[in-house]
Design a protein around this ligand. Structure first.
Ligand code: SF4
Length: 638
């Protein structure tokens, strides 16, 4: 088994935990050319391996750990890798990406991917060595938190890349995470899949070199790319200074900060939980994933220990969305949830929904807006499925079915909405509705970045412009991920000049209008064939890096087509599981109740946007990819 392309190791390994068999797994160069790596190459494997309708928590589910061609190459922010499986939380495609160190070490062991099948009879962990994998007893690790388990594997096997689940994964919490160092594979319950396989963790301890196609040219290109990131206002200034929490106060000003279970977009105490205050009063230092010059991670002090600090999502979901302005408390809750292995987005949104159920008398739990004293206990109860934790561990979709609140339940396809009020940004709202893994800001195209975070943005409420932008951004971000870079490296796609506040309000309005009305051009661009965009764009150094690393013929057009193809493949996976356009929905609160009473534009015109989005993707009116589209994308075998 090998590949003609550099950057890859050319090998994948499959571990059957039921039989204990370890075998080679074949990935062809055609598959590499079509899907590149990461989540899309994983989805292709899941498409081939899974029978439709299987229980995601049964031994029949397959878990794929997948790197990408740039993983571990020293390209900026390229420690990223994916874990994919059928999601126990949504029943559709599940995947989650992190910048922890396991992916890099997996490649250093000589493997691009590790596929896990079956279920072990008792708790185990995997020790991946150079060109070999050993299944080891994890009896003593079971019950440990995410950091203790990783430390224990290092103690036994030596220094290496690690990942582990915590008690939440062991107890099959539907939104359990997998931690790699302190970085989380947060969404869609991949931790529960690992728990269902009795797999506590993995450690990879190789030191093999990754060969590149044109090493010297690659190094020169990377040097220029790093400088570009350091010179850009978003990646060289705001992200290292304030982390993702730097968005919080401006999102409140722009009505996009979820407040009181997404009933409003503005929180009067936004500064108290924002990135500026975090930097001024709590930050010990910033930190980065391996090979990352952006370093958006926060380090804070808890009980004399330096630990990972909170990101934007939990600051808003356990802050404004719960009407809590106590940053110190949120820092602690974040730490507790990470150790237990719980996705802070799904957990935070579920708590906000529970607080509204409590307020309306639909489910009395004591989880209340503004109440802080019981939150630590609730987090523990979720991880161990105790008391109300049994229901909370199932997420918002379960709660709304059992207790009501359908009209204000913040979820799509079973996945809880992340920390952006959809009525504050129509493109972002559309992204939530159509993202294949359920409500996800990243898979939805992260439109908020273009609609509400800088001085010059798209008009956030102009719906006509959004379907084409969402297609463009989804294709772009997912290709960035499939190549192995952090999505934040794509921020340079917006030229630095856009961050300079225009001289006057009139100027700002003119520039916003010009940008917003560029949508016709965007619509035309996203429909161009691959060959028509056979170029590298200076604002997107990723494509040239992949060409230099792998030796593939690569271009901007090919990159975007990989995003389009992968998105459609995921859509087909979901359709095969019975997830249709009927689930491209948002709760009535977002589509029928204007955020600002009397201003109809502040409700999301979802139906109008959806039909246009489907058309641009080459899907029919029911949101099903046509045969012609599948053929055009070279996936007519589906
Ligand atoms: S930008 Fe942040 S999340 Fe992305 S790789 Fe760097 S440190 Fe990690």
């Amino acid at each position: 088994m090998s590949t003609k392309y550099k950057g890859y190791t050319g090998k994948a390994v499959c571990v059957d935990l039921g039989s204990g068999l370890v075998s080679d797994y074949e990935i062809s160069d055609t598959e590499r050319e079509l899907f590149l790596g990461g989540r899309y190459l994983s989805t292709k494997i899941l498409w081939d391996e899974l029978k439709p309708g299987i229980d995601p928590l049964s031994p029949e589910n397959v878990m794929v750990v997948m790197t990408a061609p740039l993983t571990g190459t020293n390209a900026p922010s390229s420690s990223r890798y994916d874990i994919s499986a059928k999601s126990p939380h949504t029943g559709g495609i599940g995947h989650s990406n992190s910048g922890g160190n396991f992916g890099v070490y997996l490649k250093r062991c000589g493997f691009d991917a590790l596929i896990v099948k079956g279920r072990a009879k008792k708790p185990v962990y995997l020790h991946v060595k150079e060109n070999a994998v050993e299944i080891k007893d994890a009896g003593k690790l079971w019950g440990m938190n995410t950091q203790e388990a990783q430390d224990a594997m290092i103690e036994k096997c030596g220094k290496g890349g690690t990942m582990a689940i915590g008690p939440a994964g062991e107890n099959l919490v539907k939104y359990a995470t997998i931690a790699s160092q302190e970085r989380m594979h947060g969404r869609t319950g991949m931790g529960a899949v690992m728990g269902s396989k009795n797999l506590k963790g993995m450690i990879a301890t190789g030191s093999l070199k990754i060969d590149l196609h044109k090493t010297e040219e690659f190094k020169g290109h990377i040097k220029k790319w790093v400088k570009m990131l350091q010179d850009h206002p978003a990646t060289g200034d705001s992200a290292p200074k304030y982390g993702t929490a730097g968005f919080l106060t401006s999102l409140s000003i722009k009505n996009a900060l979820p407040t009181k279970n997404f009933s409003s977009g503005t929180f009067k105490d936004a500064y108290m939980i924002g990135g500026e205050r975090l930097a001024d009063e709590f930050l010990v230092k910033n930190m980065g994933c391996l090979s990352c010059p952006i370093r958006c991670g926060r380090v804070v002090n808890i009980d004399g220990r330096e630990v990972k600090g909170p990101e934007y999502e939990i600051l808003s979901l356990l802050g404004s969305n719960m009407l809590i302005n106590d940053m110190e408390a949120i820092i602690r809750w974040n730490y507790e949830a990470d150790l237990l292995g719980i996705d802070t987005i799904s957990m935070g949104t579920t708590m906000g929904f529970a607080a509204e159920l409590d307020e309306k008398g639909l489910w009395k739990t004591g989880i209340q807006f503004g109440r802080k004293d019981n939150i630590s206990q609730v987090i523990k109860d979720i991880a161990y499925r105790k008391g109300i934790g049994k229901d909370l561990a199932e997420g918002v979709r379960h709660l709304k079915k059992k207790y009501g609140g359908q009209d204000f339940a913040p979820e799509v396809k079973g996945l809880e909405i992340p920390a952006y009020e959809p009525r504050g940004a129509t493109g972002h709202a559309l992204g939530y509705a159509v993202a294949n893994r359920g409500a996800c800001h990243l898979d939805g195209g992260y439109m908020i970045y273009f609609e509400a975070t800088g001085p010059i943005t798209l008009n956030a409420l102009h719906w006509r412009s959004k379907p084409s932008w969402v297609v463009l951004d989804q294709n772009l971000l997912s290709a960035v991920s499939a190549g192995g870079n952090c999505l934040f490296t794509a921020w340079t796609f917006v030229p630095g000049i856009a961050y300079k506040t225009p001289g006057s309000a009139v100027m700002s309005k003119i520039m916003t209008a010009m940008l917003t009305h560029s949508w016709k051009l965007i619509e035309w661009t996203v429909q161009l064939p691959e060959w028509a965009l056979n170029i590298h764009l200076p604002i997107l150094p990723h494509t040239k890096a992949i060409a230099l690393a792998t030796g593939m013929k690569f271009s901007y057009g090919r990159y975007m087509k990989i995003g389009d193809r992968g998105n459609t493949l995921e859509r087909m996976f979901n359709l095969r599981e019975g997830i249709t356009s009927a689930e491209d929905r948002l709760a009535r609160r977002f589509t029928h109740e204007p955020q600002q009473p009397g201003n109809a534009n502040t409700a999301v015109p979802l139906d109008k946007m959806l039909q246009k989005y489907y058309r641009l993707r080459g899907w029919d009116k029911a949101g099903v990819p046509t045969r012609k589209t599948l053929k055009k994308l070279k996936i007519s075998f589906l």
